[in-house]
Design a protein around this ligand. Structure first.
Ligand SMILES: N[C@@H](CCC(=O)N[C@@H](CS)C(=O)NCC(=O)O)C(=O)O
Length: 202
């Protein structure tokens, strides 16, 4: 059975959420988000950088949340949670799917590193402050895109919403999801109400 290496409130939420939405059976391997677990010899054999998520699908080990999601959609999705491949809608879907990790997670990572992950003497307040500005700019763009829409691709929930939903969970935890972004706030509430999201974040 598919094994998902997971730690609470990390990017592995995306994979658990996707499996729940698609009804893919999985076994959860829950790790503590600490070097004791992530940098253990056993886990470094699964993910050489000691990060989550990883999956082990009958011996196929994959890291990178977006790649894992695309693999699982291709294997189990049967067209669910994605627009038809090759269409303009699919292009937009891919853009937002990857924006979530490749763009929005960059400032969020810097905020986390320079606000609470690094030891205090290694934090650079200027980096954290610039990252907040950068994340706000991105949220402004997302908010415009979401005007009049239920989900990022329109009326249908897709895997791009799962990728974005995790990034927005961090925005919420970091206090960035303010009233300045009403469409994004309502969108995140819609995502967070889904039973699959609740299971993945429990
Ligand atoms: N681009 C990777 C990033 C993976 C990543 O950085 N995961 C974080 C948790 S959200 C992690 O495990 N950090 C532990 C560390 O860097 O030591 C992905 O999307 O899977």
């Amino acid at each position: 059975m598919l094994k998902i290496y997971h730690a609470k409130n990390t990017r592995s939420v995306r994979i658990v959420w996707l499996c729940e939405e698609l009804g893919i059976p999985y076994e959860l391997k829950t790790l503590n988000f600490s070097p004791d677990d992530l940098q253990s010899k056993a886990y470094l054999a699964v993910h050489p950088l000691g990060k989550v998520p990883s999956i082990d699908d009958d011996g196929l080990i994959l890291n990178e949340s977006g790649a894992i999601a695309q693999y699982l959609l291709a294997k189990h999705g049967s067209g669910r949670l994605e627009p038809k491949s090759g269409t303009a809608d699919y292009g937009k879907y891919l853009q937002w799917f990857h924006f979530a990790e490749a763009t929005l997670m960059v400032p969020l990572g810097n905020i986390a590193q320079h606000s609470f992950i690094r030891p205090e003497d290694k934090r650079i307040p200027q980096v954290a402050a610039e990252a907040v500005e950068s994340a706000k700019k991105m949220l402004g763009i997302l908010d415009k895109e979401l005007a009049g829409k239920d989900f990022i691709c329109g009326k249908d929930f897709t895997a791009a919403d799962i990728m974005l939903g995790y990034s927005l969970l961090l925005c919420k935890m970091f206090g960035l999801l303010t009233g300045e972004y009403p469409n994004t706030g309502a969108y995140f509430a819609r995502l967070a109400a889904r039973p699959a999201f609740q299971k993945a974040t429990a």
